[in-house]
Design a protein around this ligand. Structure first.
Ligand code: XMP
Length: 513
């Protein structure tokens, strides 16, 4: 079935795939295309609308990403976001200038006023918070446009020329912090582009299965199964697509949570797939000895993973493809296109030269976490697997600050278990999207009984988020935090102080390393 298509034209901003994800969430099929894509190619896709994304440049800078201006006479609706909005204004005769005064630069949550007569904002409150991230602003609106939103610092926060279907917003409607942002995107799709919302996750599943079959043919696939949501959904997807050709290898690197290795093994015991568990704790710990730099730890673990797979692949015989449950937040934060690099996630970035697999397959690469869960449900996975909180590939290695040792991993495992156990007992776990303990390398003086202690400080981290690109620290009730603190200090010898992390993302990240 042919779906209506929206093109998200990528100018290299941090949130570009998030825009694509929001469009899909509205039930509209979309594809992300680089801004350099020739106009003829875009036209051949017969889109119903185009969204220009944000980007890190200034429109007036030399060599700034631009578009063939013929795009504006094609007769297609366009929504410009942040850089995309400035580009549209700049290209059509408006004036974009650097915000000289700090007052016109806006970063973060901004009080914004909307003109409710604009189609984008119709039916929404005329005032709300929007998420800004720009150092330039539109001094002059292009002819034919009128301003449709403004803030204290910025006179032209949004612009519209309804006769041509052109809309632009300086802020980011795709992030959760913008109130009614999704409604604005939906208004553009439905009310401006005439989207009938004919796309669903079931379509994604069928297309993904078909693509896997075509690509793999009779080949054999080796999957890195961690037991987390992503790799479990991958296993189900591959099982449905190519069943007996699949071997799942579960590498227990000794940096999993308490009892997790056994749980993963048990969860997959009844599946009609080949399941291999490799106990490699010693191997990973000896490689990590003496290493304290986060990116270095990730690199070591990533490479060791590959080596283990290589060895398993050799034991299994001929393996053609390595499947990985890489999802979009891993891709974007590892530097995709022009977006800035924040962290290099160990499961992204291809394979070392010596690896003798034909290719990687990563069918979840374009999905966000909640979409992966949705896909898992479509595939009939049990809810306890599908709604499991994410756990990073490098495991506890990036939650033990500084050097990783078995002793520290055991301390952290127990403390982390108590944290999760008490949250579950209080019914708080369901309100959180990710929560875990971090073993800092700070030691402090305490008193227990009549004696002095000089032990580790444990940090507790709990966040709410829907996309893991932005997150807020969770307001766990004090009495629950109190129970957790008392239990951990009493039950985990070696930890004498507990702190709670009250940093949102940005500026923090969810993990500490
Ligand atoms: P950050 O810390 O970047 O985390 O805000 C966002 C999400 O990604 C997870 N994460 C990782 N996952 N390999 C992974 O597979 C990694 O190296 C890695 N680092 C962070 C993190 O747990 C959160 O869900």
């Amino acid at each position: 079935m042919q779906h209506q298509t929206v093109i998200v034209l990528d100018f290299g901003g941090q949130y570009n795939q998030l825009i694509a994800r929001r469009v899909r969430e509205c039930g509209v099929y979309c594809e992300l295309k680089p801004y350099t894509t020739p106009l003829a190619e875009l036209k051949a896709m017969h889109p119903i609308g185009i969204i220009f994304t944000g980007g890190p440049h200034s429109v007036y800078a030399e060599g700034a990403p631009s578009v063939d201006t013929e795009i504006f006479t094609w007769g297609i609706p366009i929504l410009g976001i942040c850089y995309g909005c400035q580009l549209m204004a700049h290209s059509l005769g408006g004036k974009v200038v650097p915000a000289q005064a700090d007052s016109a630069r806006e970063y973060g949550k901004t009080e914004t006023n909307y003109d409710p007569s604009c189609r984008l904002f119709a039916g929404l409150p005329s005032h709300g918070i929007s998420w800004m991230s720009h150092g330039d602003y539109m001094e002059k609106v292009p002819d034919g446009f009128k301003r449709t939103a403004w803030s204290d610092a910025c006179p032209n926060v949004a612009i519209a020329d309804p006769s041509r279907g052109f809309y632009g917003v300086q802020f980011h409607p795709e992030v959760n912090h913008t109130q009614h942002g999704l409604d604005m995107i939906r208004s553009f799709l439905v009310n401006v582009c005439g989207a009938t919302r004919d796309w669903s996750m079931d379509d994604y599943k069928r297309t993904a299965i078909q693509e896997i079959r075509e690509k793999v043919g009779n080949g054999r696939v080796l999957l890195a199964l961690s037991g987390g949501v992503d790799s479990s959904v991958m296993a189900a997807l591959l099982a449905e697509a190519i069943g007996p050709q699949l071997t799942c290898v579960f590498v227990d690197h000794g940096l999993m949570r308490l009892n997790e290795g056994d749980e993963v093994q048990a969860a997959f015991a009844h599946w009609d797939i080949t399941f291999v568990r490799v106990n490699a704790e010693q191997r990973f710990l000896s490689k990590l000895a003496g290493v304290d730099e986060p990116e270095h730890k990730r690199k070591i673990i990533g490479e060791e993973f590959i080596r283990v797979f290589e060895e398993e692949a050799q034991k299994i015989g001929k393996v053609d493809y390595l499947a990985q449950g890489t999802i979009y937040p891993d891709v974007i934060e590892s530097g995709f296109g022009d977006a800035a690099v924040i962290k290099s996630h160990h499961n992204v970035g291809g394979l070392p030269d010596t690896v003798d697999f034909k290719e990687l397959i990563e069918p979840l690469r374009l999905l966000f976490k909640d979409e992966v869960r949705q896909l898992g449900r479509e595939l009939g996975l049990p809810e306890y697997l599908v709604s499991r909180q994410p756990f990073p590939g490098p495991g506890l290695a990036i939650r033990i600050l500084g050097e990783v040792t078995k002793e520290k991993a055991d301390l952290l495992r127990l403390a982390d278990f108590i944290f999760r156990d008490e949250l579950a007992k209080a019914g708080e776990d369901k309100k959180l999207n990710q929560y875990f303990a971090v073993l800092t390398n700070a030691r402090s003086v305490g008193v227990m009984g009549d004696g002095r202690t000089y032990d580790y400080t444990l940090a507790l981290r709990a966040v709410t988020t829907s996309d893991f690109m932005t997150a807020d620290w969770a307001r766990i009730p004090y009495e629950v935090l109190d129970r957790i603190s008392v239990r951990i200090v009493n039950e985990v010898r070696g930890i004498n102080r507990i702190v709670y992390d009250i940093t949102s993302k940005p500026p923090g990240t969810i993990e500490w390393e």
